[in-house]
Design a protein around this ligand. Structure first.
Ligand code: TRP
Ligand code: SF4
Length: 325
């Protein structure tokens, strides 16, 4: 059976973008593979080393979201990176064999430096971000890594590191493949990409009332200034929700209503809101129950940490042997 490894940085509560971008995929994978899903809390420090205070809370919040959407600790190993110190040891050993230019020409590295202006990214840790990621992946001898397209260069680099390690020392690691996640794109409430930093998100933990309030105010085709102005669904961010959530009949009905000004935007949105609420109500209910029992969440992580560490220790024994350490 193939092994899958994937991680997420602890950003706190997750939104629908995370759900369609990664989590639905994880839910499928946990049924078919040996999966390791973890909180990449050390990676959070690479861009935010000066503010570590939120990491514990954000870790718990994110794991609660994972569990409430159906990630199952009996199927996948769910754990926290910083609790399996072997990742750090392997990262250190990799850092000896990784040429710095491999890191400097990484497109994701260059993009982030351009995008995250105002952050101090001049550190050794940030440059070495993908080396740590390579350790995360290979310590479980992963064959497949489900990630979004922005993370593909990191997996590519992991393959290069594996080839080099296997050649210099001993053939211990499989070369992991990227499993590119085909995310269904959902815009945020303002029409831009759904993102925590834009404050335009529907959170998985939102109550039905909050979902209704948020989506009722979502932007629509700007051509529909008055109720009598016709619109074009493809120019409307709210219509993207219809495409994911509504039935074929409903989509046909609102498209026609939009183009003929036969339906008002609020009535149109109500149709998809009903579906979003139906999907998220059980999730936010489960989440509320978990939030009452934070100790259970900690126990689940502790058990996952132990399982992960067992495998990581095995690998590191082989690695030390290969180096004669
Ligand atoms: N870099 C990933 C991200 O920001 C998170 C991550 C860390 C990861 N280690 C990983 C993903 C290993 C896949 C495999 O999304
Ligand atoms: Fe968007 Fe519906 Fe309004 Fe058309 S009627 S602009 S699809 S919300």
């Amino acid at each position: 059976m193939d092994t899958i490894v994937s991680g997420m940085r602890p950003t706190g509560r997750l939104h629908l973008g995370h759900y369609f971008g990664a989590l639905t995929n994880w839910l499928k994978l946990q049924e078919q593979y040996r999966c390791y899903f973890f909180v990449a809390d050390w990676h959070a420090l690479t861009t935010d080393y000066a503010t570590p205070q939120g990491i514990n809370q954000n870790t718990i919040e994110m794991v609660m979201d994972w569990l409430s959407v159906g990630l199952d600790p009996n199927k996948a190993v769910v754990f926290r990176q910083s609790r399996v110190k072997e990742h750090a040891e392997l990262h250190l050993l990799y850092s000896m064999i990784v040429p710095v230019p491999w890191l400097e020409r990484n497109p994701t590295y260059k993009d982030q430096i351009k995008e995250l202006v105002g952050k101090d990214l001049s550190t050794y840790g940030f440059l070495g971000y993908p080396v740590l990621q390579a350790a995360d992946i290979t310590i479980y001898k992963a064959n497949k890594v489900p990630v979004g397209v922005d993370q593909a260069p990191h997996v590519e680099l992991t393959r290069e590191i594996v080839r080099r390690f296997n050649q210099v020392y001993a053939p211990i690691f499989p070369e992991p493949e990227v499993l590119l996640t085909e995310a269904q794109r959902l815009p945020g409430l303002d029409g831009r990409k759904m993102s925590k930093s834009y404050g335009n998100s529907v959170m998985l933990s939102d109550t039905p009332k909050e979902i209704d309030q948020k989506l009722s105010k979502m932007v629509t085709d700007p051509a529909r200034v008055r109720r009598t102005d016709p619109g074009e669904p493809e120019k409307c961010p709210a219509f993207q929700f219809h495409k994911i959530y509504s039935t074929q009949d409903e989509i046909a009905e609102v498209s026609q209503g939009c183009r003929t000004a036969g339906i008002g935007c609020l009535d149109c949105k109500k149709i998809m809101i009903k579906h979003v609420v139906a999907q998220l109500a059980p999730i936010s209910a489960k989440r509320a129950a978990l939030a009452e029992r934070p100790k259970d969440v900690e126990d689940i992580l502790a058990a996952g940490n132990r399982l992960a560490q067992e495998k990581a220790r095995e690998t590191m024994t082989e690695v030390r042997e290969a180096l004669g350490l």
